[in-house]
Design a binder for this molecule. Structure first.
Ligand code: ADP
Ligand code: ASP
Ligand code: MG
Length: 408
């Protein structure tokens, strides 16, 4: 029988009444004749609430203990969802990440999945059960509980789909797919029908929360199509590509078109002249770099500019103290965000960089830095200006002309 993996995010299970709706959708899928594996996130804002609780106890909570705490959120959901399915007459069993065979490296807070051994999941599917897996967590090869970084339940779902050879992998959320910008910020944003892995990865890495970047990386590596759609939407029939957004291998688009605008509010900008020491401290704190820039055009003028995401950084005051000790004149800017435009080949000329920078300047939005890759242009702006900048760039590059990217 064909296996289908469905992931339901926190907003889909935000309160007790929502569990029933999700359970009904799962039961409909099961009745269509599929084997169903469900990956579920923590309820509503549970992960944020647990983090806030930890901060009341310790300003710089230990990473291992945070994993023990945060993984509890998904455990609550898995048990409740399994109960909700049983209430509808289904036969469900819940498993933690560890019980499901999600094996990770030994890095706490943002561990990477290195292997999936889904034997227990397969055994229960063979018994006809619906298997509910707690997202966002695994167990390291040292038998420690780990979590996969914020938004990591998406990664659990894709990894499970790959390991089980699933027919499709659905990521169900409060939005019905990936839009040209966050629809909560830009009312004119449009749903994008099909995206390539590369485009989606760039969007996700630039802050589009709807799909997790590591999940997309995993899907690309294993050649799995991801279907992003609304939990409230219909379950797919024979052709799962009829609504939402499909992320799959895609022939390159016309180079130079902007597919979407994404933003990340919580980033940190650090500048120091003491390069190697700074990078060592970053590694000691498990801080992956987002952008790293070292320049040495003139003697004694070299230094490092580092942009890091605060998403999985839970010890920032301790990090700042270490940095100041290492380099008392290092600059630390914790009041900025990043706004990016994404599209293959958008930097073939400097047109987009010039147009975007000019529009920001004309609107009085100061930018502190600018970085480009072949797929994106990123501006660093004041955190409180991020949404305004997103609307401006969306208006400029997406609303103002006929879309080059087919949206439906
Ligand atoms: P879940 O709890 O289901 O994992 P998330 O909160 O992680 O959901 O992601 C869904 C949210 O992502 C939406 O509510 C939307 O506001 C936001 N979002 C940001 N960028 C985009 C985008 N480009 N397309 C769709 N949604 C986006
Ligand atoms: N609950 C985790 C988070 O809020 C994981 C997830 O939702 O995917 O980041
Ligand atoms: Mg999410």
């Amino acid at each position: 029988m064909s296996v289908v993996v469905q992931k339901y995010g926190g907003s889909s299970v935000a309160d007790a009444s929502k569990f029933r709706l999700v359970a009904e959708r799962i039961m409909r899928t099961k009745k269509e004749g599929h084997d169903v594996v469900v990956v579920v996130s923590a309820m509503g804002d549970t992960t944020d609430d647990l983090l806030a609780l930890a901060k009341q106890i310790s300003a710089n909570p230990d990473r291992r203990e945070l994993d023990m705490l945060l993984s509890a959120g998904e455990r609550i959901s898995m048990a409740l969802l399994s109960m909700a399915i049983r209430e509808l007459g289904g036969d469900a069993i819940s498993f933690t990440g560890s019980q499901s065979g999600i094996i990770t490296n030994d890095r706490h807070i943002d561990a990477r999945i290195i292997e999936v051994r889904p034997f227990r999941v397969q055994d229960e599917l063979a018994r006809g059960k619906i298997v509910v897996v707690a997202g966002y967590q695994g167990v390291s090869y040292r038998k420690e509980i780990t979590t996969l970084g914020r938004g990591g339940s998406d990664t659990t779902a894709v990894a499970m789909a790959a390991a089980l050879g699933a027919e499709w992998c659905e990521i169900c959320s409060d939005v019905d797919g990936v839009y040209t910008a966050d629809p909560r910020v830009v009312s004119a944003a449009k749903r994008i029908g099909v995206l390539s892995y590369e485009e989606t990865q760039e969007l996700a890495e630039s802050g589009a929360k709807v799909l997790n970047a590591q999940a997309v990386e995993f899907a690309k590596e294993k050649g799995i199509a991801i279907y992003a759609r609304a939990t409230a939407g219909a379950i797919p029939g024979k052709d799962p590509s009829l609504d939402g957004t499909i992320v799959r291998k895609l022939a390159p688009r016309l180079p130079g078109s902007v597919v979407g605008v994404a933003s990340e509010k919580e980033v940190l900008l650090i500048q120091s002249r003491k390069v190697s020491g700074l990078l060592r401290i970053m590694d000691d704190f498990g801080c992956p770099g987002k952008q790293l820039h070292i320049s040495s055009m003139a003697r004694d003028q070299d230094g490092v500019t580092l942009v890091i995401s605060k998403e999985n950084l839970h010890q920032s005051s301790k990090l700042q103290a270490h940095l100041t000790q290492h380099d008392p004149v290092a600059l630390w800017n914790d009041a900025i965000g990043a706004v990016s435009i994404i599209g293959a080949g958008i930097n073939a000329s400097h047109n987009k960089v010039r147009a975007g920078s000019q529009a920001l300047e004309q609107s009085g939005i100061r930018y502190y830095g600018l970085a480009t890759s072949s797929f994106r242009v990123t501006w660093l702006v004041d955190r409180e200006k991020v949404e305004e900048a997103v609307r401006l760039l969306h208006g400029l590059f997406i609303e103002s002309k006929e879309p080059v990217v087919p949206l439906e």
